[in-house]
Write a protein that binds this ligand. Structure first.
Ligand SMILES: Cc1cc2nc3c(=O)[nH]c(=O)nc-3n(C[C@H](O)[C@H](O)[C@H](O)COP(=O)(O)O)c2cc1C
Length: 198
C-alpha cells in the first residue's frame, strides 16, 4: 500500500473478529516495530511481549474495569455524559483490549539517564506496528488505559504475568486483530494540528 494511503486509512480499531493471527502476521508486525527509531540506538532497552492468552488479558484488564467503574477521575468524565448509567453498567464487563486476537506490549528498561525517553521509544515502536497493521488489512489500537490503570491500582498490577526481564516495565500496548470491514480512507482535516511559522 502506498504510504499516504496507509496514513489516510489508519484508524483505531476497537472491534475485532474471533479470527486468530498467524505467526507470519505477528512476525510482520514485529518486523515493523524493530525498524522503528529509538533514542541513542538503545534497542536493548526495549522488550516486546506478544500476548494471545485471553486468560492473561482478562486478568490484566481487572484494573481497567475497577478504574472505569469506581475512580473519581472516571466519575468526573461520566458526569458529563448523558449515558452515565449505561457506561457504569458496561464497566463490569469492560474489555480494554476489545477482544483483540493479540496484544503486543512494549516494555522499556527502567532508566533515568534520559528522562522520559522511554515513552518516546515505546510510542515510536507502537506507531510503526500500528501502521503495519493498516498495510496488512488488520485492525489495531494503542493500549494506554490498561497499563496506566495497573500503575494506578498497585494491588491489581499484574505486570508479573508478562514475564519481563528484570528492571523492565510495560509502557504501551497494541491490540491487534482481524476486522469485519476493510479500512477505507477517512475524510480528515489535515490542518487539525495548529501551526506557526518562525
Ligand atoms: C498514546 C496513545 C494512547 C492511546 N490509548 C488508547 C487506549 O488505551 N484505548 C483506546 O481505546 N484507544 C487509545 N488510543 C487511541 C486514541 O484514542 C485514538 O488514536 C484517537 O482517538 C484518534 O482516533 P483514530 O486513531 O481512530 O484516528 C491511544 C492513542 C495514543 C496515541
Amino acid at each position: 500500500m502506498e504510504f499516504f494511503e496507509v496514513m489516510h486509512k489508519r484508524t483505531s480499531s476497537r472491534k475485532f473478529t474471533d479470527e486468530r493471527l498467524t505467526e507470519e502476521e505477528i512476525s510482520k508486525i514485529l518486523e515493523a516495530g524493530a525498524l522503528a527509531p529509538v533514542g541513542s540506538n538503545r534497542y536493548p532497552n526495549l522488550h516486546i511481549t506478544v500476548v494471545t492468552d485471553k486468560a492473561v488479558l482478562k486478568t490484566i484488564a481487572e484494573a481497567s474495569q475497577i478504574r472505569r467503574s469506581n475512580s473519581e477521575e472516571m466519575a468526573a468524565i461520566i458526569n458529563n455524559v448523558s449515558n452515565a448509567a449505561e457506561i457504569l453498567e458496561q464497566s463490569k464487563t469492560y474489555d480494554p483490549f476489545y477482544n483483540a486476537a493479540a496484544v503486543i506490549f512494549v516494555s522499556h528498561r527502567k532508566q533515568d539517564l534520559e528522562p522520559n525517553i522511554q515513552w518516546c521509544n515505546a510510542t515510536s515502536v507502537i506507531l510503526a506496528m500500528h501502521l503495519a497493521t493498516v498495510d496488512m488489512g488488520l485492525g489495531s489500537c494503542y493500549m494506554w488505559f490498561a497499563l496506566d490503570s495497573m500503575r494506578r491500582i498497585p494491588e491489581l498490577d499484574h505486570t508479573d504475568l508478562l514475564n519481563l526481564p528484570e528492571d523492565f516495565e510495560p509502557l504501551l500496548g497494541l491490540a491487534v486483530g482481524h476486522i469485519e470491514e476493510p479500512l477505507s480512507e477517512r475524510d480528515i482535516d489535515t490542518g487539525r494540528i495548529a501551526r506557526n511559522d518562525i
